[in-house]
Write a protein that binds this ligand. Structure first.
Ligand code: AMP
Ligand code: GLY
Length: 814
């Protein structure tokens, strides 16, 4: 056994007054020998309820901590499981804390469960979430947890075909644990095929490569979320960011992690909320429901994409290294980590208090042996000059005690952590502490937390005067980069949809329309106060579809095919994530409508809008052959049939009424919609985008089968249908022909809205109407049905005597 504490190693125990009353005398066995384990032991030793800690095998740092004994001859390898069990019985161990993943995957939890000793760590079954990347991807898919697109393969030929077929950059992942390696990021198809060969044929990662995950490469910033869970409740540590590459600027070979900081400013409250709701909660719940509850630490590696969408890269079932050295010093002084771990192991995490220090940041800088991650030397003496700065800590990793000295014994040797009230000062202080450590060949990165400062300082470096005024040119350019590919995907014959020019060109010759006898039709419209609901709900990827719908539906009622579209987006302070989602929606709408998004304008106008608010407007241009212009009022007559096409909810009209009713009701947008069968919220229900009625109508327009169309927007059926009719005709609508969707009935009842007002405000289930000669009804209906429509004959035209251009026989409203 290694005992004793060499004189040059400082005492790591901060003078912390724990207020928690001792509940039991804990004798803890920690398994592992890294920096992570030293940090865990450091924090556990501060607990007044901890009597003693044994570490198997431990390192030079744990060797000299008070209340701690290294058990050097034992490790977490299965060959030691029996001995560990015996040791635990001998020493009356009453809590086991495995550090690394391997003993967990090998089933160390069961070993101690057999003798009734609680383990802060998952079962072997749950550890498969880390042990098999293919398994965890399938789990994420099953539970709808956002992650990169992927496919799993056990067959080399199938995997090869897949690589040849995909049109995006990929990442190859050997399924099993490959000592932190086993993930390849090829730049070309050729490299990808070579990587596949390395993993599946040459078996460079051994049996870990029996199966392979091929997934989409994600751009963005990584976050490490460490979650303590007992299988039911959970607690997230502050979001950390690791630095995996050996060199400054994230260059060079991958390592175990060269430094970390927390909380990472990119993890804003709204992003953390998303991570909680879309990732952590479904992961914890999913594991329990699938029969392998997560007890211990779930470490979720997340990529925050440029669209600010968090997506899971991987799960680990243990603390991260060096994230643990970063986040444990952020625990509040009165949090008793030992009692927390015991409570989690006993599935009663909600019985203990767990808090972090408010307003504190932490940074860890790892010092490695020269040469790491390739060949490096061991056995060099390490000295630490004391005292180190206040609120800084030294955590050992690859160190050992030898002849009364501490010497290097691994690649990542030792780390310095410091906490402070700003990220900048925690970084500066950590680097101060780094200077106190000396050993031959010591190497550390100089730029830990550089990404945080890039985000904070980047936009002020360029375009100073504009930036000072609150307008960031950088942001605008960054947005263009983010949306470019999406916009490009709307290209169609006649338009390339490349961004960045002064205007969008459209080559009419390529549109298929004859240059003579073709008319251009233009429409412009916005989305109205539906935008406020989107802003309140923080859902921004559908209102762009509404914008396109409002415009192109107005074109198609004139018989025109939409060819091109431009959008305008105005806000006080550009949030790239929000703007990118908005433009993404516009592009989706354009794809649905078959028109090209040829340009747009994003306008940052400080002071013009309230924070978080934005406004938008769109313009569509379409083409129509002269003899197909609608409506053809001169051909209309009594007996013409009115066909209705269904709407998807309220579309983009009636929102002043919707908002008023919600304001005066006991509901808000986040309440579950009482009419919803799928449990959606009121906000989600009313945000369902406006339907685009283009591709289903164009064939009938081209065949000359339609006399008129009306887009049912503000004014409802009663005011929109007459816009397509000659003065001498009247539309008679029979509401018994279709079931008015529950959403309209609910708003009507809730606001006690008179039928007449309801008719003028909402579409009531019909978003577009067609006026068709009786003989053509069958053909038109068949064409609509072939485009997945469910059309319904809702009325007819009659001679107009007195009264309005449209009368409705109200039925089935409420
Ligand atoms: P993993 O072991 O799955 O976390 O992969 C190791 C590292 O590879 C991650 O921390 C990322 O830096 C990178 N990586 C993994 N998957 C992806 C992905 N889909 N896109 C981009 N980078 C990835
Ligand atoms: N810092 C990454 C890991 O612990 O896996």
């Amino acid at each position: 056994m290694v005992r004793g504490c060499p004189s040059q190693i400082i005492n790591l125990i901060a003078q912390i007054n724990l207020v928690t009353k001792p509940m039991s005398a804990l004798r803890i066995l920690v398994v592992g020998n890294g920096g992570r384990e030293h940090a865990i032991v450091w924090r556990l030793a501060q607990s007044p309820t901890v009597e003693h800690i044994y570490v198997a095998p431990g390192n030079g740092g744990t060797a000299c901590s008070p209340k701690v004994t290294n058990v050097g001859e034992l490790s977490g390898s299965p060959k030691h499981f029996e001995a560990l069990k015996k040791f635990a019985l001998d020493k009356k161990i009453n809590l086991v804390v495995p550090g690394p993943e391997q003993p967990l995957v090998d089933g160390i939890s069961t070993v101690f469960a057999e003798i009734g000793v609680p383990v802060f760590g998952p079962s072997a079954k749950a550890a498969v979430m880390e042990g098999s990347k293919a398994f965890s991807k399938t789990f994420m898919e099953k539970h709808n947890i956002p992650t990169a697109r992927f496919a799993n393969f056990t067959n080399y030929e199938d995997a090869k075909k897949h690589i040849e077929s995909v049109d995006y950059k990929i990442v190859l992942k050997a399924d099993g644990i490959a000592a932190g390696k086993g993930v390849l990021i090829p730049e070309t198809k050729q490299e990808a095929l070579a990587g596949l060969d390395e993993i599946m044929i040459q078996k460079n990662f051994g049996d870990a490569g029996n199966e392979i995950v091929i997934e989409e490469f994600l751009e963005g910033d990584e976050l490490s979320i460490l979650t303590i869970s007992d299988g039911y409740s959970f607690f997230n540590f502050p979001a950390a960011q690791d630095h995996k590459r050996i060199g400054d600027g994230d260059k060079g070979l991958n390592t175990g992690g060269m430094g970390a900081y927390a909380p990472a400013p990119i993890a804003t409250p709204s992003i953390l909320k998303k991570i909680d709701e879309q990732i952590i909660k479904p992961s914890i719940d999913g594991m329990r429901k699938d029969g392998f509850p997560m007890c211990g630490i779930l470490f979720t590696g997340i990529m925050l994409t440029p669209q600010k969408e968090p997506k899971v890269l991987e799960y680990n079932v243990r603390f991260g290294d060096p994230e643990t050295q970063t986040v444990l010093p952020l625990l509040s002084d009165d949090t008793d980590l030992a009692q927390v771990m015991l409570a989690a192991a006993e599935h009663r995490l909600d019985s203990v208090e767990l808090k972090v220090k408010e307003g504190q940041f932490s940074t860890t800088v790892v010092m490695s042996a020269g040469g790491y991650p390739e060949a490096y030397k061991k056995g060099d003496t390490i000295t630490v000059k004391t005292p180190i700065p206040e609120n800084s800590y030294i955590f050992h990793a690859g160190t050992a005690e030898k002849d009364g000295k501490v010497v290097t014994a691994g690649g990542r040797v030792i780390a310095a952590t410091a906490t402070a009230s700003t990220l900048r000062s925690s970084v500066d202080k950590a680097y101060e502490a780094v200077k106190h450590v000396t050993f031959e060949g010591k190497y550390n990165r100089q730029d830990i937390a550089h990404r945080a400062f890039r985000d904070a300082e980047g936009s002020t470096k360029k375009g100073v005067t504009y930036a000072e005024a609150g307008v960031s040119v950088d942001n605008g350019n960054q947005l263009i980069e983010v949306i470019k590919a999406k916009v490009k995907s709307t290209a169609r014959p006649g338009a390339d949809s490349d961004l960045g020019g002064f205007g969008g060109l459209f080559d009419l010759k390529k549109s298929g329309y004859p240059l003579e006898d073709t008319l251009l039709v233009a429409a412009t419209d916005g989305v109205g106060t539906k935008l406020r609901v989107a802003q309140i709900m923080d859902i921004h990827d559908t209102v762009g579809i509404d914008l396109v719908a409002m415009n192109v539906n107005d074109l198609v009622v004139q018989g025109a095919e939409p060819l091109l579209f431009l959008d305008y987006f105005a806000t006080a302070k550009l949030d790239i994530g929000v703007a990118a989602k908005f433009v993404g929606g516009v592009a989706d709408g354009c794809i649905q409508a078959g028109c090209a998004l040829v340009g747009g304008e994003t306008s940052e106008m400080p002071g013009m809008y309230a924070p978080g608010h934005y406004d938008t407007n769109g313009t569509a241009v379409g083409a129509v052959a002269r003899d197909r212009i609608l409506p053809q009022t001169d051909k209309m007559g009594p007996g013409n049939v009115i066909i209705g096409l269904r709407s998807d909810g309220v579309h983009s009209n009636g929102f002043s009424l919707v908002r008023h009713i919600i304001e005066i009701s006991d509901y808000d947008y986040k309440s579950v919609a009482p009419w919803s069968k799928s449990g959606k919220t009121i906000g989600e229900e009313v945000l369902v985008p406006t339907r685009i009625y283009v591709k289903q109508l164009l064939p009938s327009i081209r065949d000359g089968d339609l006399l008129g169309l009306a887009h049912i927007t503000g004014g409802g059926l009663v005011e929109n249908i007459p816009r397509a009719l000659p003065k001498h005709l009247q539309a008679e609508i029979d509401m018994s022909k279709w079931e008015v969707p529950e959403i309209f009935k609910w708003f009507g009842k809730q606001g006690n809205v008179p039928h007449e007002d309801l008719l003028k405000t909402f579409n009531l289930g019909i978003g577009m109407i067609l006026i068709v000669e009786e003989e053509k009804v069958e053909k038109v209906m068949a064409s609509l049905k072939s485009h997945n429509e469910d059309p319904v004959v809702i009325g007819k035209l009659v001679e107009r005597k007195e009264g309005p251009g449209c009368v409705v026989n109200v039925s089935g409203l409420y």
